[in-house]
Each structure stands twice: as structure tokens, then as C-alpha cells.
Design a protein around this ligand. Sequence first.
Ligand code: SAM
Length: 575
Amino acid sequence: MAVPLQRVKSFGEIKENEWNNRPKENYSEWTKQELIREIKKLKKRKKYGILWEDKPEKVAELCKEKLPVLEEEKSKEIKTDENKPINILIEGDNYHALSVLNYTHKGKIDVIYIDPPYNTGNGETFKYNDKIVDKEDAYRHSKWLSFMNKRLRLAKNLLSRRGIIFISIGEDEIAQLKLLCDEIFDESNRITIFSRVTKKGGSKGRFISPAIDYILVYAKNIKQLKNFKAPLTEEYLKRYNKKDSKGRYLEKGLYQSSLDVRPNQNYFIECPDGTKVSPPDGKVFRWTKETFLKNLKEGNIIFKKTKNSPLIDENGNKAKWNIYTKQYLSSIEEKGYVPNNFIDSFTNTSATNEIKELNINFRYPKPVGLIKYLIQLSFWYNKNITVLDFFAGSGTTGHAVLELNNEDGGNRRFILVTNNENNICTDVCYPRIKKVIEKFESEAKNKLVNNRPGGLKYFKTDFVDAEPTDLNKKKLVNKSTEMLCLREDCFDLVKEAKHFKIFKNSQDKYLGIIYDDGGIESFKKEVKKLKKKFVVYVFSLDESAREEEFEDVAEMVELKPIPAVILNVYRRIFK
Ligand SMILES: C[S@@+](CC[C@H](N)C(=O)[O-])C[C@H]1O[C@@H](n2cnc3c(N)ncnc32)[C@H](O)[C@@H]1O
């Protein structure tokens, strides 16, 4: 009898005694066919990449058995300005929330920023199946990878054509996460790995005091991306302190001592008093003579008399002139400033102060400025994007989006997801967002901080059972209506009839949901009366197309299919 081969775990996951006591494969008892099959299997095995022991997770199993949906908590809705976008906060497990977002927001998310547990094994807690994973857990990397793998795969579907994901991570999982992401998003879509200074000063630990973490950046499809442009800081702008009819500029020396020697860049220039000057031997100007003459004609050159000129005259003596070029701000704004992969402007200390200012206590938030920076450098050309953070914690990403919109009049919206561990959603994230949206008194600054208008809807994760009971039928209809409203961003009920509902939003978009074929005619009467553009969903038990039935209102109606996951449960419990 052949002994079944034990599945081999990656070595790092196996404790030593477990390894020594493992059952030995007795290949001598295997049949030839069994050995051939085994060899084929081994040959097919992955040769490069990351391997781990996949550990099942309760929430993922539940999402397979039942339909994951969201339940709105109306009492927590925040409304400030009708014309501002509606943002979403979801309380619950992010696997569940991402499953729902897969039928409401597929391909609609432009930026994902996440800050998952770093799995340090001490202090910060990473939980798998509601149990803390500590340093002693032999499967700690496998559990973390199982956890991240499932969530990142769901998240990838949500990214838009030009979508980008930013993932903060520490030393403990950077290597694993990089290999995992190279696999999920494809190595060719990796944009960079930022190193970020988390604190300045301080000395902790035995060997090295940690002072940086990392941000992995991947595109959905790098070929579709526009170049990154770093936002210009106040400090940077201050340097452009001169102005003429063409705009703000800074003066930059045409000669710089640090330049490499290049041919054609050491030549004589005639100064206003007729003397000729050039760089010393072995040194060069920044421009060739042609570029210099072109700029001289365009009025972009300044001659200044000085005693400290680095240039020499025709006799080899120190020159009396130095030459400068005008660098206009407009050309930098147009071309952009390409950021490098080192970020040292946003430390965690500043983040703790930001949240203290709101009179909220939370230990490890990320800095608001960091998230604003990442959004600005990647989506500098579009202020109308959707940003998702599914490890939202204290809600820094929501805060950053509201602040950016307030600064530049943008209409970015956010979706935040966080569980309610230690009441982080109800007692930290929600109050923080509410304070930022509304006015608040800052004890730290002893002043009233202005509001950043926006709307917020608060949801909790929920399930619909697949058993065909009346209660489940009712719940499914209600919940799928809410999911479709979320998908179309239309929440204001305009009309509720026996077989259909109509919703609208502040941009005059209309949504029709028809629950029974019998309602199509009366719904169409409403469309003709309202004379608006509609997105329409029809629940039906069969697969037949409905286009023909809407032919007479085709101009006003865009018929969309109900997401397959919802429709399958609908058919199962209504048939
Ligand atoms: C490192 S914190 C993020 C902090 C956040 N960037 C901020 O600035 O406040 C990670 C957060 O993810 C939450 N979290 C962990 N596992 C989760 C899960 N499966 N679903 C939803 N949230 C989760 C934790 O409650 C924790 O607050």
C-alpha cells in the first residue's frame, strides 16, 4: 500500500520537533504510476515566488455561504453641503466589505491607500480568525499572507483603468509583501517602494533604532498611467521670489561648480560693458552656446556685476560679471517635479499631534500630509477621484481627502473600511470624520477649526441567508436596493411604487429599480413624465433580454445588468 505523501510546508513555518517527527515517505512501496504522477506534480511546482501554508479564514467561508451586504445606520449619516460628494464609512471586516464593493465599485476606485497590521508580533496586534498572532506562532507569516492575499485580490478588481495602490508596511513583512504584490499586480506594474522617515531622533532597541517604514506602489496597468508630479511646497515656491511680465521666476547661475565637464559648454559670453567671460578651464556652463543665445534673445538672461564671480575674463583674471538665467515657475508647474522614493516630510510624531488637535486619542495614526501627498502626486490632473482605505483605523485617509477638497475645491470622495476593534470605528474614526466635516474646537490650538464640508453615510457589514423564507426575500430586496444605490451613488428616494423605486442624486442622475416584470409599463410612464436620464436595473427570474421592452424610452434609459452575485441569490430564493 502506498503511503499518501504529506503536504510539505515551507520550512520557515515548521517547528524543529515537528520537522524531526514528520512521517517519512516510503517511496519504495509506491507503484510506478504513482511515482510518475508524483514526479510530474513536482516538476510543475512553482519554482520562483512566494509559498505559504494557506490557512482558512472564517469570514471568507461565511461570504461563500451567504450573500454579504451592507446595512445602513441612518442615525450616523452626516450632511453638510448638498453639492459635495457622499463619502462612505463601513464598519466591519474588510474581506466582507471588499466582497460587497466588488459588486458596487468594480473598476471605480482610483486610489487605494492601506496601512495593514505590520505583523511585528509585539505591541501592535494582528488578529487572524479573531485570535492574536504573536511572535511564537509558527504560522505567523502564513496567516498574514493568507489574510493579505485574499484582500489584495479583491482590491485589485476595484481599481480603475488608471488606478494605483499604496501599501504602507514595516520591516517584518516587506519582503513577503513585495513578492505577493509582484504576483498579484505583476512585477511590471510596480512603480516604486518609498522609504519614509517615521521619526527623527530617538534611540531604541539593541542594534538599530527603527526610523523608517515603506510604501509599496503598484498600478493596475502602468501603461495607462500619467507621470507622477510632486506638489510644490510653500518652501519650494518661496524661491520663486522675482516677477516680470512673464510671471514668477527664480534666478539660477548659468555656471555651477558641481557640473560634469561636457564638450561645447565652455565658451565666451560678451557682457554689457563689452568684456568677455567664460568658466575657468575644466569647468562648464549649464547650457550650450545655442541654448544661451536663444534665451538671450527671449530676455531670459541677467548680467550682474559682482566681486565674487566664479568666471574668468579673456586674460584669465577673475571676471567682474556673473550670469544668471530666469527659471519661470510656470515651466516647472507644467513639467512637474518628479518625486524621489525617499519621503522625510511626514513623521508619525506629526500624525499623533494632528489627531490630538481633534481631542481624539489614538496611538498609531498615519500623517494626514502623507496621504495628501500620495494622492496629489499620482492624481494631480484629476480632483474628482474615489479613494479607498480598507484598513482605515482612525480615518486619516478620510481626513486627508476632506482637507484636500477644502484646499483646492476638488470633489474627491472616500470609502473607509475598518473593523471595530477596541471601538476604533465608533469612538475614533467616526467622531474624527464628523469633527473634520463639521466645525470643531481644538483644545490643543485653543481655537475653532473651520469645517471641511462633505457628506457621510455609515454602513455595517451584514449577510442575507440563501434559504427561501419570506424574511430573507424581503431582506434581499431591501439590501440589494441599497447596494444598487451605493453602486450608482443615488440615494434620494423620488418615488416608491408597488413594483419599482426611483432614486436621484445631486448631479440630477436618476436610478430606477424594477422588482417585477409587471412593473415595467408603469415605470416607463414615470420616465416619460420626469424626462430625465435613467440607469435601470430589472430583477427577473429568467435570462431573457429586456432591451426590447424599453425601446420607446431608449434615449432616456441605460439598462444595466444586476451583479451576478446578487442575481444568483435572488433566483435561488425566489424560484
Ligand atoms: C495600522 S492600523 C491603520 C491606521 C490608519 N492608517 C490610521 O491612520 O489611523 C490598521 C487598522 O486596521 C484595522 N483592521 C485590522 N484587521 C482588519 C480587518 N480584517 N478588517 C477591517 N479592519 C481591520 C484595525 O482595527 C486597525 O485599526
